[in-house]
Design a protein around this ligand. Structure first.
Ligand SMILES: NC(=O)c1ccc[n+]([C@@H]2O[C@H](COP(=O)([O-])OP(=O)(O)OC[C@H]3O[C@@H](n4cnc5c(N)ncnc54)[C@H](O)[C@@H]3O)[C@@H](O)[C@H]2O)c1
Length: 433
């Protein structure tokens, strides 16, 4: 791989050899073996990833970076419970890369920042663990794949369901044909909720650099419902429920099928209920035409109830029955035959996030150490993200899109192709693939 990586391995090996001769060297060797790690975006999920990174005992935390000092403080307090490392605090990721030269950068910012930070990090020589969705527009994902390949760095995307024990066993069940031939997949996430109400814009809280938070996306006045966490439902910074939750289930569909992308996508929906400050659809249906099956997505941000048994996941409909791949409820197979038995498996998830970040981070480190592609490689994350983004584009344009997944263009639709990228706000420039 890169010189940087070889240097790391050589140093670790020689230190480990010396450790048997002199006891204090054992400690030094262990410390020296750790990857210099930086977290950029120290909010809810970034902190969850970092916790697992520190638990691996292979990471030395050198930097915490956030545009909000309040978020930095909260993260430092939480991470202080799992490490004695004393990371330097930063407000600008470029300073982290310049000064600390990290081996690993974890990107836990809102979606609109993932591409530029990931690309800058791999160019600086770091391996990257970046959250899903990989970006806000499809062109950014293309540029991220190129940057990762050019720099020969491992880039893992946070779609941890690929390493969750129940998702893995459920996929095996499906791929072995235990549900028969699958002709249709229905993915969905429903939340309870109501219309809500408008929240007035306000001055950003002290310690938050709001201009930098908006970064390459349009600058709008601060609104307390956007940060932390709320950006998901503001379309200039994220892509609503489909971009947030949906990509996990798009990823499960692409994991299951041998096909790499849908050939046609259509979506409809709107804001039928919500009257709050957010801009994302509260109701959305999307269909994806594949060669051998039809897939759909549905979400509602209201009317979650017990009537439909499962409110999150994917139903795979096969000739032998219906298979539900879920989250907290594991997976369940409902056979078509009256004499058949329901088969079920519970999930194995970790506290406090109730996901499997631990396994995904372990895979990331293993990929770095063994010079291999990680399980949620950037190209895989890019393709799954594309499904969400194409459906969002179809919803915006009000027409179906024919997708050339090899050339990554929309067939015969110049207006749609223009929206595969967007203008960045100066001084930031859109990344080129
Ligand atoms: N894989 C999963 O299951 C999963 C779960 C939750 C969230 N996520 C993803 O994690 C990301 C973060 O979500 P969250 O809920 O933690 O949001 P959050 O608002 O809690 O955290 C994001 C942080 O990034 C900071 N930030 C914004 N711009 C920055 C910049 N340029 N440099 C440094 N920091 C910056 C914000 O100030 C904030 O503290 C999102 O992309 C989300 O989709 C993934």
């Amino acid at each position: 791989m890169t010189i940087h990586r070889r240097q790391f391995l050589t140093t670790s090996a020689s230190l480990a050899a010396g450790a048997t001769l002199f006891a204090p060297a054992i400690h030094a060797a262990k410390r020296a073996k750790r990857y210099r790690t930086a977290l950029v975006g120290s909010g809810w999920w970034g902190t969850n990833i970092l916790r697992e990174a520190m638990r691996s005992e292979k990471c030395e935390l050198v930097a915490l970076c956030d545009v909000d000092e309040n978020q930095l403080r909260i993260c430092a307090e939480k991470i202080g419970k799992v490490t004695s490392d004393q990371p330097k605090h930063y407000g600008d990721f470029r300073d982290v890369l310049d000064e600390q030269k990290p081996d690993i950068v974890i990107v836990g910012t809102p979606d609109h920042w993932h591409p530029l930070i990931t690309i800058a990090a791999v160019k600086s020589g770091a391996h990257v663990y970046v959250e899903k969705p990989v970006g806000h527009t499809i062109g950014e994902g293309c540029a991220m794949v190129k940057a990762a390949r050019d720099a020969d760095k491992v880039v893992q995307v946070g779609t941890h369901r690929r390493v969750s024990p129940h998702n893995m066993s459920g996929m095996k069940f499906l791929k072995e044909g235990s549900a028969g031939k699958i002709g249709m997949v229905r993915s969905f996430v429903h939340y309870p909720g109501g219309p809500g109400e408008k929240t007035p814009d306000a001055e950003p809280p002290k310690g938050l650099n709001w201009d930098m938070w908006c970064g390459p996306a349009p600058l709008r006045p601060f609104n307390p419902t956007m940060h932390p966490k709320g950006f998901r439902n503001f379309l200039n910074y994220a892509n609503g429920t489909l971009g947030d939750w949906g990509i996990h289930w798009m990823d499960q569909i692409l994991w299951w099928t041998e096909e790499k992308f849908p050939r046609k996508v259509y979506s409809t929906g709107g804001r039928h209920i919500k009257q709050d400050t957010t801009t994302a659809p509260d109701t959305q249906v999307a269909t994806f035409e594949f060669d051998s099956f039809t897939a759909s997505w549905e979400h509602r941000q209201y009317a979650d109830n017990n009537a439909e048994k499962h409110s999150i996941g994917c139903y795979f409909y096969g000739t032998k029955g219906t298979f539900h791949m879920g989250w907290l409820d594991g997976w369940t197979f409902y056979p078509s035959s009256k004499s058949g038995k329901i088969v079920h498996e519970d999930p194995t998830l970790h506290e406090p996030d109730l996901q499997n970040i631990r396994e995904l981070f372990a895979d990331f480190l293993d990929a770095i150490e063994n010079d291999r592609t990680p399980v949620c490689d950037i190209e895989i994350g890019h393709r799954s993200t594309n499904m969400s983004l194409l459906a969002m584009l179809s919803l915006k344009l009000g027409r179906s899109l024919e997708w050339d997944g090899v050339g990554e263009t929309i067939v015969g639709d110049d207006a749609a192709n223009k929206l595969l990228r967007r203008e960045y706000r100066a001084p930031w420039t859109y990344p080129e693939a």
